[in-house]
Design a protein around this ligand. Structure first.
Ligand code: PLP
Length: 404
């Protein structure tokens, strides 16, 4: 099939939900991927914060190959060892508690919201409303679109399911004012990801915790993008010293194999047999992938490494990119916030020059590379970004000039 045929067939046979970049990726290794023409690209998107160990990490390849040859799937009607071992491991990583496994971030958040609603029946006279932030992103199921504080995702599907209320992020007064007898939980990302990598103020998360304690509510952190060591802590909430009652993880958890989890501490853990379920959730293949991903993160010290590399990226960006914008974020979850509306053409130019980054809107370039990224990779990425921004801004400055 030729390149043109691929694009035509994609358009003909796939629903048009994604606007794809003009590249066909066929292979990956470490922080690099190759396109169908054999061109090497530096991957600073990493499957949108998923490929924490990079591509084709030998330990992941070995673990999933071995598990695939042994037992891929059984359903949750039976005990399987990788699932129990993974839950035990997760309980020791920042929120002691029990796990419910799903297949994606949206499903992990669905579990958290269902848990909160059941908890509300038992502990808050049937309260069911979840307060979340404007600009948040919690997934694409109907309920998670309702939880997501971005009207553009909701509009085509109105009316939305009831029970969600949105407040401006980092606004403590607005959060307080939104709490009523109907409220059962506050759901927050410690760093807003999809709307441009906006970290919470420490006082905001502290206030959310205090509110939940005082008003008897659950605090749920969505760490689907921020978790797995990405910010220089296993969970971003650990930097803030604010612990939730429930936390969700997905994206990087399986190192590329789909898996999500909702972990609940004892206070929130009210699910009983039959309350919730999933055919695939926590199957041996996905859990083996997650176990080896966690093992390698620990073995290589990748949580600390993410913090060090994040600081290096900030430094390099400050030195080389400050004419174009400033970096915002934590660890290896960073956004270059541009002075001009050139994010889209700059990301396209970077792709041409061999770097994959993600443009969010017109002003933000997001970088969420694999946690194994090195300072040499960062040097190269920053140099490509600088060249791309330079080329694009020169075109903006003198639109009549066609640059080679
Ligand atoms: N929550 C956050 C913070 C996310 O960034 C995402 C995905 O981008 C999700 C939830 C949804 O995850 P998934 O696409 O796996 O359903």
């Amino acid at each position: 099939m030729s390149d043109d045929d691929l694009v035509t067939a994609e358009s003909r046979y796939l629903m048009h939900t994604f606007k794809r970049q003009p590249v066909e990726l066929v292979r990956g290794e470490g922080v690099r991927v190759w396109d169908a023409d054999g061109r090497e690209l530096l991957d600073f998107v990493g499957g949108i914060a998923v490929n924490v160990l990079g591509h084709a990490h030998p330990d992941i390849v070995a673990a999933i190959s071995a598990q695939a040859a042994t037992l891929i799937h059984t359903s949750n009607l039976y005990y399987t060892r990788p699932q129990v071992e993974l839950a035990e491991r997760l309980s020791g990583l920042g929120l002691e508690g029990r796990s419910f496994f799903a297949n994606s971030g949206a499903e992990a958040n669905e579990a958290a919201v269902k848990l909160a609603r059941k908890w509300g029946k038992q502990n808050r006279k049937g309260a069911y409303e979840v307060v979340s932030a404007l600009g948040s992103f919690h997934g694409r199921t109907l309920a998670m679109v309702a939880a997501t504080g971005q009207p553009k995702y909701q509009k085509p599907y109105a009316p939305m399911p009831d029970g969600f209320r949105h407040v401006p992020y980092n606004d403590i007064d607005a959060l307080r004012a939104a709490i009523s007898v109907k409220t059962v939980a506050i759901l927050l990302e410690p760093i807003l990801g999809e709307s441009g990598v906006i970290p919470a103020e420490p006082a905001y998360l502290e206030a959310a915790r205090e509110l939940c304690d005082r008003e008897n509510l659950l605090l749920i952190f969505d760490e689907i993008q921020t978790g797995m060591g990405r910010t220089g802590h296993f969970y971003a909430f650990q930097e803030y010293g604010v612990a939730p009652d429930v936390v969700t993880l997905a994206k990087g958890l399986g190192g590329g194999v789909p898996i999500g989890v909702c972990v609940a501490g004892a206070r929130a853990d009210v699910f009983e047999a039959g309350d919730h379920g999933s055919t695939f959730g926590g199957n041996p293949l996905a859990c083996a992938a997650a176990l080896v991903t966690l093992e390698v993160i620990e073995k290589l010290g990748l949580v600390e490494h993410a913090g060090v590399m994040g600081a290096y990226l900030e430094h390099k960006a400050h030195v080389h990119l400050s004419a174009f914008g400033t970096l915002r974020g934590r660890g290896l979850m960073q956004a270059l916030v541009l002075h001009d509306d050139i994010a889209q053409p700059a990301a396209a130019a970077a792709l041409d020059l061999g770097l994959i980054v993600n443009a969010i809107g017109d002003r933000v370039i997001r970088m969420v590379p694999p946690l194994i990224v090195t300072d040499a990779d960062i040097d190269r990425a920053v140099s490509i970004l600088e060249a791309s921004l330079d080329a694009v801004s020169s075109n903006v400055a003198s639109p009549g000039v066609v640059r080679p």
